[in-house]
Design a protein around this ligand. Structure first.
Ligand code: KG4
Ligand code: ZN
Length: 351
């Protein structure tokens, strides 16, 4: 089954074609990063206008890259939210029109669920890894969301913990702004951190009350702000690199530690997954890998670690929406599968 998907929840106009929920035949992303770098963040109205200009060329390019015509596409999948409402409307309008005109089912997918399914994807010419095995413990880390989730089967989720204030990616973006590193902050901080000393600044790590699987990053962000105000005379490239490395280490330490706490709490889990924009962070991947090896030895477990196979599947993309849509469609009762029907999703999802 081939699904063509559209994702326009924020500042990426994206379309993809995915076969049987895993094999990516085409993945096109028109990024608006340059546009939003000028304002240091996304202005919703500007993002929406850009989606209007990009959506048709992106769809054309996607079909061409996937070697498909509309007749080859079995269904459409679309991000239904959460996201910037003015941006979401452009994608959902485009998908609804195509669904109606081409007579194809339309599957609405929740954005975070999409990120979760990025770990099912592999590239057409890439290696097909084994199908993930349930139950799975998932750490979602993005600009807008940050959760620990237990996934017991396809589209069966339980939220174990979430951020009480800023999401991890949001903290990266805000600290990058404080350090004058531009937008988006995550890649800029992780690059600068390579030349910094992560032990230089002692920054707070919020583990919250004992056993809590929730997160909080706003105190850490405020500490960076206060330190830079205090040290304003001393700030040079070395200072920024040390601060970037110390900040990244504090975030990564908390995220990986909470993940291990959850793994200990749920003895049946077979895999640990990382998903969302911050899953592109190499230091985070490295620390989870190291902690998991120690954990597996200590408890005699064989938990497998996955992160998206390509960096293109970490940040917002449409391929993940097609993957999630595929498995959702398989669970959908027959009566809803009629052509051009919008498949209801609420009964399968917790968000
Ligand atoms: O998943 P995503 O594209 O959008 C949301 O759904 O929010 O995530 C974007 C976030 C941004 O905050 C960005 O700074 C962060 O992911 N990010 C990173 C890295 N690459 C992107 N954070 C840390 N390290 C990275 N290498
Ligand atoms: Zn996202």
């Amino acid at each position: 089954m081939k699904i063509l998907s559209i994702e326009t929840s924020c500042d990426e106009t994206a379309a993809a074609i995915v076969e049987d929920g895993r094999k990516v035949l085409a993945n096109v992303i028109a990024s608006q990063i340059d546009l939003h770098a000028k304002t240091g963040g996304v202005v919703p109205e500007v993002a929406a206008r850009e989606h209007v200009l990009k959506i048709v060329p992106v769809l054309d390019e996607c079909l061409e890259k996937g070697g498909c015509g509309w007749d080859d596409i079995d269904a459409l999948a679309i991000t239904r939210g959460p996201g910037l409402i003015s941006s979401l409307i452009i994608g959902t309008e485009a998908a609804s029109v195509i669904s109606y005109v081409k007579n194809k089912p339309l599957i609405p997918v929740q954005h975070i669920v999409g990120h979760i399914y990025s770990n099912w994807l592999y590239e057409e010419n890439g290696e097909e890894k084994s199908e993930p095995e349930f139950p799975i413990l998932i750490l979602t880390v993005s600009g807008g969301h940050n959760e620990l989730i237990l996934m017991t089967d396809h589209h069966k989720f339980e939220i174990l913990g979430e951020t009480l204030d800023d999401a991890a990616g949001e903290a990266f973006d805000k600290v990058a702004r404080i350090l004058g590193l531009g937008y988006p902050g995550g890649p800029a901080i992780s690059k600068l951190a390579l030349s910094g000393d992560a032990m230089k600044f002692k920054l707070p790590k919020a583990f919250l009350e004992k056993g809590s699987l929730n997160f909080s990053f706003s105190g850490l962000k405020t500490s960076v702000l206060n330190a830079t105000k205090r040290d304003v005379e001393k700030i040079d490239e070395k200072y920024k690199a040390d601060m970037a490395a110390s900040f990244q280490e504090a975030v990564v330490e908390v995220l990986s530690e909470k993940l291990m706490m959850a793994a200990e709490k749920f003895p049946k889990i077979k895999e640990v997954h990382l998903a969302g924009g911050v899953s592109a962070n190499r230091r985070l991947r490295e620390m989870i890998q190291q902690k998991l090896e120690i954990f597996n030895k200590k408890f005699g477990r064989k938990i497998n670690f996955r992160h998206p196979q390509s960096f293109n599947y970490c940040t917002d993309n449409a391929a993940m929406i097609a993957a999630a849509g595929h498995y959702l469609y398989k669970l959908t009762p027959k009566k809803f599968k009629k052509k051009t029907n919008i498949v209801p999703t609420t009964s399968f999802e917790i968000w």
